[in-house]
Ligand binder design. Structure first.
Ligand SMILES: [Zn+2]
Length: 282
C-alpha cells in the first residue's frame, strides 16, 4: 500500500526523540556493594541444563548466580519468579523500557506490576565487550518472547515439543509438583541469555544471528529477592540458523549459585515493592 504524505511530513518527522523514562531516577548501581559481595563468594550449588530442555534453580536473596556457556555456543531462555510468591515474576517489557533492548552489567531485571522492583542485578558479563554491531544487534535481549509450540504450529503446521516455552513449562511443573497445564500460565517472556538479536534496519523485523558466546563466557546476577529460576537451553543452539526443530547443534548450559562472604552485604538494602497506592483513582 502507498500513502500520500502530508505537505509537512518532513517537519513532523523532525520531532526530537525523547527518552521515555528519566532513568537517572532509577536506583543507582552501587559498584562497591556488588564488588564486595562477589569478591570472596563461595560456590554452593550448580545445575546443568541439558540441551533442548530446562531446569529450575533457587537463589536466596543476597546470593549470586551465573549462567555459564560450556561445551559450545548456546543461547538460554531465562524465567525468574519471586520464590515466595509466583505472582511476582520477571517483566521483560518494562526492563526493556527502563534499560534498553539488550541488558548487561549494572542493569536490573524488574518484576511485573504491582511489585515493579529489581528482582536481580547483573553484576558481571563477559560479553560486555560486544556492545552494538554493524547490524544494530546486541547480546542478552529483552525483545524476544521465547520460542513456543503455538507459533511454530501456526507457521509450520508441525507439533514440536522442545521449544523453550515447553521446556520451561515441564521444568516448572516438575519443580512445583503440578501438571504442565497448571504450570504453563506461570511461564512468561524471557531474558534471552547470550542471544544476539536486533531489528533489521530496513524493515525493522526482529532478527537473530549466531551468538558470540563461547565456552567459559558467563553472565552473573545478584539476587535482590528470593528467586526461583528456570532456564531453557534453546533448541536454536547459538540461534545462527533456525529454532523450534532438532536440526541445530545444541549444548548444555551451567547454572552456578554463589554465597557471598560473611559481612560483605552490610550496606545492602532489599528493594521494596512499588510504593504506588494501588487505588487507580477510585
Ligand atoms: Zn528458544
Amino acid at each position: 500500500m502507498t500513502y500520500s504524505a502530508p505537505a509537512d511530513a518532513a517537519k513532523r518527522k523532525q520531532a526530537k526523540p525523547v527518552i521515555c523514562y528519566t532513568v537517572d531516577k532509577l536506583p543507582a548501581y552501587d559498584a562497591s556493594l556488588y564488588d564486595n559481595a562477589r569478591a570472596d563468594m563461595e560456590k554452593i550449588d550448580e545445575v546443568i541444563v541439558q540441551p533442548r530442555d530446562a531446569s529450575t534453580f533457587r537463589v536466596a536473596a543476597g546470593h549470586l548466580f551465573r549462567i555459564v556457556s560450556i561445551e559450545g555456543s548456546q543461547v538460554g531462555d531465562l524465567n525468574l519468579w519471586n520464590a515466595d510468591d509466583l505472582n511476582e515474576r520477571f517483566f521483560s517489557g518494562k526492563t526493556r523500557q527502563l534499560h534498553a533492548s539488550h541488558v548487561s552489567s549494572g542493569d536490573r531485571l524488574w518484576s511485573n506490576l504491582p511489585g515493579l522492583r529489581p528482582m536481580a542485578t547483573i553484576t558481571h558479563d563477559t560479553l560486555g565487550w560486544y556492545g552494538w554491531d554493524e547490524d544494530g544487534a546486541g547480546v542478552h535481549d529483552v525483545i524476544g518472547t521465547r520460542c513456543d509450540p503455538y507459533t511454530n504450529h501456526m507457521l509450520s503446521g508441525v507439533d514440536y515439543h522442545y521449544c523453550c516455552h515447553s521446556n520451561l513449562t515441564r521444568a516448572l511443573a516438575a519443580e512445583l509438583g503440578v501438571s504442565t497445564a497448571e504450570a504453563e500460565p506461570h511461564v512468561h517472556d524471557v531474558l534471552n541469555v547470550f542471544m544476539c538479536t536486533g531489528f533489521t534496519l530496513d524493515t525493522h523485523q526482529y532478527f537473530m544471528k549466531a551468538s558470540p558466546v563461547r565456552p567459559g563466557d558467563f553472565i552473573e546476577f545478584f539476587a535482590e529477592i528470593n528467586l526461583l529460576g528456570d532456564l531453557s537451553a534453546c533448541p536454536g543452539g547459538n540461534c545462527g540458523s533456525s529454532h523450534s526443530d532438532d536440526s541445530t547443534p545444541c549444548y548444555p548450559l551451567l547454572v552456578e549459585i554463589f554465597k557471598p562472604a560473611e559481612n560483605s552485604l552490610k550496606a545492602w538494602q532489599p528493594f521494596s515493592r512499588s510504593g504506588y497506592s494501588g487505588t487507580h483513582g477510585v
